[in-house]
Design a binder for this molecule. Structure first.
Ligand code: BG6
Length: 370
């Protein structure tokens, strides 16, 4: 039951920290080495993998897109992310050394199931990342790595998303471990940083909720929103846009910040709300400066700018009308905190509009038809 919360979605957003902690638990040993014996794919087989293809739909596909940045960096093999419904119709290149990763909260999404059947028929191994024990997708896969987010009832996915990111990261670090593409110390450090994330997510919930709600209250008349991000902030922008469209019925578009000048900037007119995911400013990250200039660009055209930025960022305050602050963390882990205010923002917008946040119109929790 809702246990005192106004909606399942509200409850489930507040379970983001636990979803991360529970998905990590038991998957590393005392030294910080990854232990994924439960997957029942031998290290030898993992060592042979030379390409990953993620298949998924909706929110799960954005978790896959986040994973692409981390796994390519750590493991040095290509990671493709494909919407499950597009996958089998284009005759994808699959070999026995391709690992297909099917991500699904429910485990019953027909598009994803059909795609994984196709991959197996072509002789590739399929690993499911799934939140529902005994569901069709893990049953039909060669192996499974469960997310431990607990049951997700609200149609719009929230805690499953952060758990999916963690599961893909565990897979990536494990691959790096068996292939030797990272130093053990680096792996241990990353595991430690992952373990430190639940309290950071909690901090966002504790300190940012009020600002988020106040911002939502001011934006109720907005007819559309643009979301932009770069690097791992790009899939976060897509997910933030999807949440708002799903439950607040607001027209949104998420895009890569670098695309701004190639088209979307034409949409910016005075008052247009633009949400920007800002990378860390530490280490004088070049991406930080580029995203800051994107804010400047839209601001100069009268946009109302809402930034998600790291505490201590010296530049964002000059251009952003509102900032949702995140605690410092490694760049690759920032999606785990950056998505939280965007989940809350969609929830608040929908609630303030008097909509049914758990059961948005026209949508189903799991789509069991192709
Ligand atoms: C959609 C749901 O139809 O399916 C989304 O409304 C979800 O919230 C998507 O992200 C994929 O679902 P699943 O269960 O395969 O992760």
């Amino acid at each position: 039951e809702k246990g005192g919360w106004d909606s399942f979605m509200d409850k489930e957003i507040h379970e983001d920290p636990a979803a991360v902690a529970d998905t990590l638990r038991g998957r590393y040993d005392v030294n910080g080495d990854l232990d994924l014996d439960e997957v029942h794919i031998s290290p030898d087989v993992f060592r042979q993998i030379d390409k990953i293809i993620v298949i998924a739909c909706g929110t799960a596909s954005y978790a896959g897109l986040v994973a692409k940045y981390a796994i390519e960096h750590w493991v040095r093999i290509p990671v493709e992310v494909e919407l499950a419904h597009e996958f089998r119709y284009r005759d994808p290149i699959l070999t026995p050394r391709t690992l297909v990763v099917a991500i699904s909260q429910s485990g019953e999404t027909m598009d994803t199931l059909m795609a994984l059947r196709h991959a197996r028929e072509q002789g590739s191994r399929v690993l499911a990342i799934c939140n529902t024990r005994g569901s069709s997708i893990p049953r039909e896969s060669d192996a499974v790595l469960y997310t431990h987010a607990g049951p997700e009832i609200a149609v719009a996915s929230t805690k499953a998303f952060v758990a999916q990111i963690v599961a893909t990261y565990l897979l990536g670090l494990y691959l790096a471990q068996v292939k030797g593409t990272m130093y053990r110390d680096e792996i241990h450090q990353m595991v430690d940083s992952l373990k430190a994330m639940p309290p950071k997510i909690q901090q966002v919930l504790d300190t940012q909720s009020e600002t988020v709600r106040r911002t939502a209250a001011r934006m109720l008349e907005a007819r559309s929103f643009l979301f932009l991000g770069r690097h791992v902030g790009y899939p976060v922008a897509l997910e933030g846009a999807l949440k708002l469209k799903e439950i607040a019925y607001t027209f949104t578009e998420g895009f890569a910040a670098g695309e701004l000048k190639h088209g979307p900037i034409a949409l910016v007119e005075p008052g247009e709300p633009v949400v920007i995911i800002v990378p860390s400013s530490r280490g004088r990250d070049i991406l930080h400066n580029k995203v800051i200039s994107a804010i400047e660009e839209v601001k100069a055209r009268g946009a109302y700018t809402i930034a998600v930025a790291e505490e201590g960022d010296p530049d964002v305050g000059r251009y952003a009308d509102v900032v949702f602050w995140r605690p410092q963390c490694p760049t690759l882990l920032s999606p785990l905190v950056d998505v939280v205010p965007l989940q809350l923002f969609a929830l608040d917008m929908a609630e303030l509009k008097g909509l049914d946040v758990d059961k948005p119109r026209n949508l189903a929790k799991s789509v069991t038809v192709e």
